[in-house]
Write a protein that binds this ligand. Sequence first.
Ligand SMILES: *[C@@H]1O[C@H](CO)[C@@H](O)[C@H](O)[C@H]1NC(C)=O
Ligand SMILES: *[C@@H]1O[C@H](CO)[C@@H](O)[C@H](O)[C@H]1NC(C)=O
Ligand SMILES: *[C@@H]1O[C@H](CO)[C@@H](O)[C@H](O)[C@H]1NC(C)=O
Ligand SMILES: *[C@@H]1O[C@H](CO)[C@@H](O)[C@H](O)[C@H]1NC(C)=O
Ligand SMILES: *[C@@H]1O[C@H](CO)[C@@H](O)[C@H](O)[C@H]1NC(C)=O
Ligand SMILES: *[C@@H]1O[C@H](CO)[C@@H](O)[C@H](O)[C@H]1NC(C)=O
Ligand SMILES: *[C@@H]1O[C@H](CO)[C@@H](O)[C@H](O)[C@H]1NC(C)=O
Ligand SMILES: *[C@@H]1O[C@H](CO)[C@@H](O)[C@H](O)[C@H]1NC(C)=O
Ligand SMILES: *[C@@H]1O[C@H](CO)[C@@H](O)[C@H](O)[C@H]1NC(C)=O
Ligand SMILES: *[C@@H]1O[C@H](CO)[C@@H](O)[C@H](O)[C@H]1NC(C)=O
Ligand SMILES: *[C@@H]1O[C@H](CO)[C@@H](O)[C@H](O)[C@H]1NC(C)=O
Ligand SMILES: *[C@@H]1O[C@H](CO)[C@@H](O)[C@H](O)[C@H]1NC(C)=O
Length: 599
Amino acid sequence: MLNMHRYSYTALAALVAAAAQAKSLADICTVANVQAALPANGTLLGINLIPAAVTANSIYNATTGGGMPMSTASSSSTTYDYCNVTVTYTHSGRGDEVVVKYAFPSPSRFQNRFYVAGGGGFSLSSDATGGLAYDAAGGATSAGYDAFSNSYDQVALYGNGSINWDATYMFSYQALGEMTKIAKPLTRAFYGLDDDAKIYTYYEGCSDGGREGMSQVQRWGEEYDGVIAGAPAFRFAQQQVHHVFSSAVEQTLDYYPLPCELAKIVNATIAACDPLDGRTDGVVSRTDLCKLNFNLNSIIGEPYYCAAENSTSLGFAFSKRGIAQRQAQGSSTSYQPEQNGTVAAEGVAVAQAIYNGLHNSKGQRAYLSWQVASELSDATTEYNSDSDSWELSIPSTGGEYVTKFVQLLDLDNLSDLNNVTYDTLVDWMNTGMIRYMDSLQTTVPDLTPFQSSGGKLLHYHGESDPSIPAASSVHYWQAVRSVMYGHLSPKESRDALEDWYQFYLVPGAAHCGANSLQPGPYPQNNMETMIGWVENGTKPSRLNATVSSGAYGGETQMLCQWPTRPLWRSNSSDFDCVDDDKSIDSWTYEFPAFKLPVY
Ligand SMILES: *[C@@H]1O[C@H](CO)[C@@H](O)[C@H](O)[C@H]1NC(C)=O
Ligand SMILES: *[C@@H]1O[C@H](CO)[C@@H](O)[C@H](O)[C@H]1NC(C)=O
Ligand SMILES: *[C@@H]1O[C@H](CO)[C@@H](O)[C@H](O)[C@H]1NC(C)=O
Ligand SMILES: *[C@@H]1O[C@H](CO)[C@@H](O)[C@H](O)[C@H]1NC(C)=O
Ligand SMILES: *[C@@H]1O[C@H](CO)[C@@H](O)[C@H](O)[C@H]1NC(C)=O
Ligand SMILES: *[C@@H]1O[C@H](CO)[C@@H](O)[C@H](O)[C@H]1NC(C)=O
Ligand SMILES: *[C@@H]1O[C@H](CO)[C@@H](O)[C@H](O)[C@H]1NC(C)=O
Ligand SMILES: *[C@@H]1O[C@H](CO)[C@@H](O)[C@H](O)[C@H]1NC(C)=O
Ligand SMILES: *[C@@H]1O[C@H](CO)[C@@H](O)[C@H](O)[C@H]1NC(C)=O
Ligand SMILES: *[C@@H]1O[C@H](CO)[C@@H](O)[C@H](O)[C@H]1NC(C)=O
Ligand SMILES: *[C@@H]1O[C@H](CO)[C@@H](O)[C@H](O)[C@H]1NC(C)=O
Ligand SMILES: *[C@@H]1O[C@H](CO)[C@@H](O)[C@H](O)[C@H]1NC(C)=O
């Protein structure tokens, strides 16, 4: 029955497409056509479109497109013809101005799809052309605070103590939702399709782009057919304050490890835990087995050596995809002298405390942390050549969150951690969580509107992510499962969830990309998987990923769907996906340091 519907629909779509094909890009890429296609004021409640502000021009042979910057959907030689449109709207009674760019593929290519790409750091995507590689229209929004040139943290405060709530809600979820809501009727009318023609609507993003994707699933669930969310920067308050945690550990233990010492601890952990998954390939595919079976203390006394170097660091390390000029502005070159020594007990104690995660002074857990074998990037100390010593360096990712969002001071970083204890960190998390519960926090666990309108969610996370802990994603999957299917048995709830929400850990992978320390697999064609799932009903059960470097470079690995875990049996060329309750327990957390539930 469903299939018949689908196939007859496909036939209809082909007819409609044939009719549309009769028109060229130049025919429809006109200001008049776009103006006529705008939804009338009053039809999208609260959104008033301004016809006089419409622009439209045809672009030929553009080399742009390709969705997320890390996507391999298109090679650089592929070119696209599209209609470059801008529309402007204002919110009823507010007098603001939101500019949205849309990119419409030429009618001969258009496949009734709309694609939203996520941003990163404190930025929404400013590129509307990401869908062209998938024969999809796409959009990007100014969000009412000129997000094409400002990142949200630059406008989050009007001044000390004064929060810009309009920008906060727009960045958190509203701007993308409105852009997508406008896109559907606009796209149909632009191509001359029927009012009820299906526009398959996709979202893809990683890091804050992953959080933005989750915000759409949580708040605008009915609008999306397929959402791909990588390493989401959600549970925003805990996540951002967690960026200060490594520095707080160093200050509390009064030990400032040399970067080389920490690198050695990570390398030695990887070497020791690599075989635990059944294959020695440089990748810790089972950080849970590492956590359960490996004692970091065994690294004490091992020698490390790093040559002197001038290293350049990006000032804004939260996302590799921040706005370019900010990175240039924040980047700094620092000299590191030769580091030659042996791993100290204090160095291991710092690493162990960081991996254990934040607890308050009563010993109650407040947050989870990076998986053991992840790099300890936030713990990187800074060399002071005057005193020839290594000192605390507070990552501005966490520092800025505390100054701007918790203390409400228009400062870009914390200057020090004087008098800051673990309890202070818990307080900061609690303040941020409550203040931004319905905006930035992005952890609403009831996804019923998305699920019941047929949406599909593909969620993935690098298991050795050193920025956003992989366990953060596991916790959200568990929260959705218990809130939506708590009345079902574990097996039943798992089956019910995987029909529309699938989660994958990517062995060894770092933050939104492969990891130079662990040459493992990374998923390369998630959109193909998603289009097959949404438009063809091909439900994945494993996720296609490719190893890009190292001894196994070129190998395809079909990743295991959570909660199953990979395990190579003796000498097999492929791993099995196994159930391992003890491992799952090691990924499962409660946060009694907070009185509110933390989803
Ligand atoms: C919709 O409302 C806006 C703002 O009030 C106005 O500028 C615009 O002309 C209206 N659109 C139409 C089609 O009347
Ligand atoms: C686009 O490229 C094609 C093939 O190279 C060429 O024939 C065509 O003239 C180009 N169109 C424009 C508008 O430049
Ligand atoms: C798209 O249109 C906008 C508004 O007219 C313009 O500023 C922009 O340069 C155009 N983009 C391209 C690639 O032509
Ligand atoms: C850690 O391993 C990486 C990659 O194998 C290597 O480049 C680096 O020098 C090692 N660092 C230390 C301190 O051993
Ligand atoms: C670092 O930069 C300084 C100044 O440019 C230079 O003198 C020095 O040789 C460099 N050191 C290394 C290890 O590259
Ligand atoms: C590091 O220090 C040890 C002990 O002082 C010394 O034997 C070794 O040669 C040094 N290594 C390098 C590369 O300088
Ligand atoms: C943030 O401030 C601390 C303390 O002044 C400093 O150590 C750190 O380098 C700063 N971080 C950045 C990225 O500027
Ligand atoms: C905001 O507060 C910070 C920290 O107290 C201060 O340095 C800054 O000058 C204040 N800004 C304004 C505009 O008052
Ligand atoms: C830190 O705490 C001490 C003792 O409670 C207090 O005297 C000092 O003023 C505090 N320093 C800061 C920077 O708050
Ligand atoms: C579409 O579904 C058919 C039948 O299940 C399957 O054979 C085919 O591989 C699917 N195609 C895509 C692109 O998913
Ligand atoms: C996995 O992805 C690779 C590279 O994108 C592709 O060539 C291959 O066909 C895919 N395999 C499966 C089983 O989907
Ligand atoms: C695995 O392969 C090696 C080399 O071919 C062989 O010596 C060993 O016995 C095999 N182990 C098992 C458990 O089959």
